[in-house]
Design a protein around this ligand. Sequence first.
Ligand code: ATP
Length: 246
Amino acid sequence: MRLEARGLVAGYGHLTVLRDVSLAIPPGCIAAVIGSNGAGKTTLLRVLSGLILPASGRVWMDGVEITTWPTERRVAVGLVHVPERRQLFTSLTVEDNLRLGAYLRYRREGRARVEQDLEWVYTLFPRLYERRRQLAGTLSGGEQQMLAIGRGLMAHPRLMLLDEPSLGLAPLLVQELYRVLAELRAQGHTLLVADQNARQALRVADLAFVLEAGQVTRSGSGAAMLVDPAVHAAYLGSRTRTPSEG
Ligand code: ATP
């Protein structure tokens, strides 16, 4: 699914956070939004998923304008937001959380399709299968993040917005998570990832946008961004590679 936004201005009350943000994400790619705390990444995802309305600007999905569509209507056509801090139902089991992700689909597509997707999510995240009867609140942070993504997948997204997916995860789990995101791309999904872990996000991103004080100040392929000196200085720290890292 192609997502396009032009001239987005948005914020909270008198606080303007996004100032004229435009971007286009072609189908089947991973796009990354990088930026420091408070740059407006979360606000951008909220506007795209319909959680807040922009003061001005427009959003299209596959050429259809969705700027004022409510969130539920966007989910129904495959635009799904996996919010920061997971927002799981902690007193329900892993499997019930996953099923809730598909609640809009039961009537339309029937139980069999939803069960198939449950199997698919368990294949992507075997750990969730092992823990399927466990209460979501008892999972580790990394497992909860996987469950949040799994629940998003149960809505059958064509385009998934992921807010800080690697927040609080151990390095190995971050790699595991990005492996799954790359696999989703290979299956034809489009993903927009806002991650503080810029290095990891840029490594897999086909396309990346730098958001600074509510404006896109740079864009290009993830690979180009990784070697862009300004991006390096601002978001990738001064860590230099050792020869063994290649
Ligand atoms: P972070 O990584 O810290 O979440 P971010 O780039 O996602 O940063 P936003 O969460 O979009 O940034 O926040 C941008 C600005 O909007 C910040 O100044 C923040 O305090 C403010 N803000 C965010 N959410 C709200 C809200 N619900 N009400 C009022 N102000 C908000």
